[in-house]
Design a binder for this molecule. Structure first.
Ligand code: ADP
Ligand code: MG
Length: 665
């Protein structure tokens, strides 16, 4: 019917396949039976019994009826009531053995079951079993869904193709798909249910990674081959590259001569020196006669990179392009990029606008990848004739998630910090420490050092009880009368932001009150104090990023978290930051404590909405699936022509199609 179809549609169910893969969210164990005399209040159980007498229905009001009946077995009697189920009357007959399932309560007429499920004992479907509970609680009732699924399974399950090759099923001892679907809806017992769930989770991981692998290999484009790959660039740097940086540089060089377009993600904790690696790659690109582009998520960061790179490559014509670049200037830069006069461009999203064309783009660098959707990254990569692509992220993504999120990228990790870095001492304190913190702040400023103070809001808000940067900066100016206090937030004009940031970098501003606009990338080594207001409002990884703004030079640095909460869970979360400086550990904990959805904002990052598979809990399955995909691609696991065909057609129609497209668009 129309109405039911609409309801199904709301839950993404358009056909039988969707219905069969609409999995329960929980189960009710209805396998225990007792006799009437053994019933106790609070019990949820099945009873086999007969109807004694008839059913009496009272219509209290037009929309309110109560039906009641008495049931009997060899040991005793008990009564049942049903609210608003007048049809129960027509369902029940004498001399039929029924199975009832429900919760036992005490009433003034003795023990009774309220709204029990009743069915004839002969072909029981929803009693004496583990029964599925579906997430569609409104619209279509659980009972109806169970009935429809029963029918769908009986009639259509045998037609469902098995997407996994036999070799994979055997190697990982997986349940066949049909058996798994049958048991995920109507499990015989919990052991079988878990096996079914694992099989389905494995398949989800497998198909997803298979799709990504297909993308990766099919999308593997012939790339520009660089002929000059000497290492003279290092001489331009004021420091020696660390072993960890050199390792990544070597890999990048290999990519440059491989004949394929590089598609590499560099993961490195805050301050690990990703910019130098990117600059190295840019240097090679320029030397080989190609243009290079770098995209950063914020104007502040882009500007900072622009300045750094201008200093590193003084002989190269370099441009800075953002949405606030004047129209005239923009046109000039675009012309320069198209003609090839401009060799290096640094900018924000403005760079991926369609009308920016390059003469011979060789390398695209995206900094702080986690701030961009995958689309944007892909778009810039489409600019030239398959340029090399390098993306950098400081969000230390646990390997498990990296596998899923960046399956189409090769991953390199800068796994150590440059020498001489000191641990940032971190303290989580309450408001009672405020005076002491300000005294400390004054000392640091007197010593010529600088500080950031981060507030969660830009302006005062009635709706949210949290510190706002604007009035906080005002207040601070009276607390620190002889100090230059600057203000920086996202609502300011780009030119203003730029000049504030520049003044801070030049130490003309001592204390910068800011929102999280300084979260990514900003590098002012003289800043040694990071104070975060309402720290309870930030995620752990975000706090770690913010803390990463200090401790970048040789001087001892400090991070003070003001927590305006007594919630033990929140305080426990903040303890993680206090104790650890390991970005990977912190993000693992963040994931554990908040779940991946919160962590990344699922949609933005295109984590597939896996129906039954949770990459954080089913890590072992995820790795097995990865191994299986690699095995099939490399030929270690065999696959017949017929299996290949099925797999391809499933991949073509598979439930991830939407997610994959989402990732690409
Ligand atoms: P991130 O990885 O967070 O982007 P940056 O590239 O901004 O880190 O580098 C952080 C700081 O470390 C910068 O001031 C940079 O000049 C410095 N740096 C990078 N590599 C080294 C190195 N090998 N030795 C010393 N300092 C380095
Ligand atoms: Mg950086």
């Amino acid at each position: 019917g129309e109405k039911r179809a609409q309801e199904f549609k709301k839950h993404g169910i358009l056909n039988i396949y969707d219905l069969l893969t609409y999995y329960p969210t929980s189960y009710q164990d209805r396998r225990s039976y007792v006799s009437a005399e053994a019933l106790v209040p609070g019990m949820e159980t099945c009873v086999n019994c007969w109807l004694k007498g008839g059913v009496r229905t009272y219509r209290k009001r037009r929309n309110f009826s109560i039906s009641s009946a008495v049931f009997v077995d060899e040991t005793g009697t008990f009564s049942c009531v049903w609210y608003n189920q007048p049809y129960i009357d027509r369902m029940l007959r004498p001399n039929v053995l029924y199975t009832l399932y429900g919760k036992v309560e005490k009433s003034n007429r003795g023990l009774q079951m309220v709204n029990p499920v009743v069915e004839s004992n002969e072909n029981s479907r929803v009693t004496g079993k583990i029964v599925p509970v579906y997430p569609m609680n409104k619209g279509i009732g659980n009972k109806t869904l169970q009935k429809m699924l029963h029918e769908a399974i009986q009639r259509y399950l045998p037609l469902m193709p098995e997407p996994l090759p036999v070799s994979v099923m055997e190697k990982y001892k997986l349940m066949p798909l049909q058996e798994a679907i049958q048991n995920i809806h109507f499990p015989v017992d919990y052991l079988v249910l878990e096996k079914a769930r694992q099989r389905i989770a494995f398949e989800a991981f497998f198909l997803f990674q298979m799709s990504v692998a297909k993308l990766k290999y099919m999308g593997r484009k012939k790339g520009i081959v660089y002929t000059k790959i000497d290492g003279a660039f290092e001489k331009r740097l004021p420091f020696c590259l660390t072993e960890a940086q050199q390792k990544v540089v070597r890999t990048v060089k290999e990519d440059f001569v491989s004949g394929f377009a590089m598609n590499r993600l560099i993961q490195g904790d805050v301050g690990s020196g990703k910019t130098a690696v990117a600059a190295y790659a840019m240097d090679l690109t320029l030397k080989n006669g190609y243009q290079a582009a770098m995209m950063a998520p914020t104007e502040i960061l882009a500007l900072q990179h622009y300045k750094t790179l201008q200093n590193l490559f003084p002989e190269v014509q370099t441009a800075f392009l953002t949405s606030s670049t004047s129209k005239k200037e923009k046109q000039k830069i675009k012309n320069g990029l198209a003609s090839g006069d401009v060799r290096l461009v640094i900018g924000t999203h403005a760079l991926i606008q369609e009308d920016v064309a390059f003469q011979n783009l060789g390398l695209v660098v995206t900094d702080e990848q986690h701030r961009f959707g995958v689309t944007q990254r892909t778009k810039l990569g489409l600019k030239g004739k398959s340029p090399h692509v390098l993306v950098m992220t400081a969000t230390p993504i646990p390997r498990t998630l990296a596998l899923i999120l960046y399956g189409d990228l090769d991953i390199s990790v800068i796994d150590s910090l440059p020498p001489g870095r000191q641990k940032v001492d971190t303290f989580c304190v309450g408001d009672n420490y405020r005076t002491r913190v300000y005294t400390f702040l004054k000392e640091r400023i007197a010593a010529g050092e600088q500080a950031y103070i981060i507030c969660p809001l830009v302006e005062e808000s009635d709706a949210v009880d949290a510190k706002d940067a604007t009035s906080f900066a005002e207040k601070l100016r009276s607390v620190l009368p002889n100090t230059v206090v600057g203000l920086l937030h996202g609502k300011m004009k780009d030119k203003e932001k730029e000049s504030v940031m520049q003044d801070f970098a030049d130490a003309k501003i001592s204390v910068l009150v800011a929102t999280t606009v300084v979260e990514v990338g900003v590098d002012v080594p003289n800043a040694t104090v990071m104070i975060i207001e309402n720290a309870e409002r930030f995620g752990l990884s975000q706090l770690h990023q913010l803390r990463g703004r200090v401790g970048r030079g040789k001087k001892k640095s400090y991070c003070i978290l003001f927590a305006q909460t007594r919630n033990p869970e929140t305080l426990q979360r903040l303890k993680v930051i206090e104790k650890s400086t390991d970005g990977f550990y912190i993000s693992e904990m963040d994931l554990k404590l908040r779940g991946p959805g919160d962590f990344f904002g699922t949609r933005q990052h295109g984590i597939p909405a896996l129906k039954t598979a949770n990459p954080m809990e089913d890590t072992a399955l995820l790795y097995q699936a990865k191994e299986a995909v690699d095995g099939l691609i490399s030929g270690v696991l065999c696959v017949s022509q017929q299996e290949k065909k099925t797999l391809n057609s499933v991949l073509h129609h598979c439930f991830f199609k939407k997610e994959i497209t989402e990732i690409l668009n």
